[in-house]
Design a protein around this ligand. Structure first.
Ligand SMILES: [Fe+2]
Length: 85
């Protein structure tokens, strides 16, 4: 499937794969931010708002999954080298 996907995309494959890799990392970063915030919220209303952040986190994870699927169709792999400091 990857070979056919690359044929369809043609000469702009590197640019498209590069953009998809950036988008994949951005989605995972957004997932992390929403998820982490949902876990450590404090104060009035945090219980209700934390659920909204968890929902947003899962939406971002779904977006990352769609991009990963597209990368797979193009025979490319997104390596996530995020570091926690
Ligand atoms: Fe997203």
């Amino acid at each position: 499937m990857g070979k056919k996907g690359r044929e369809i995309v043609g000469s702009s494959i590197d640019e498209i794969v590069g953009g998809l890799k950036v988008a994949y990392c951005n989605e995972l970063t957004a997932f992390h931010c929403y998820w982490y915030t949902s876990l450590y919220m404090q104060g009035i209303g945090s219980l209700t708002i934390a659920g909204k952040f968890k929902d947003s986190a899962m939406e971002e994870l779904e977006h990352a999954g769609m991009i990963a699927e597209r990368l797979n169709q193009l025979a490319a792999i997104a390596k996530f080298a995020g570091r926690l400091g």
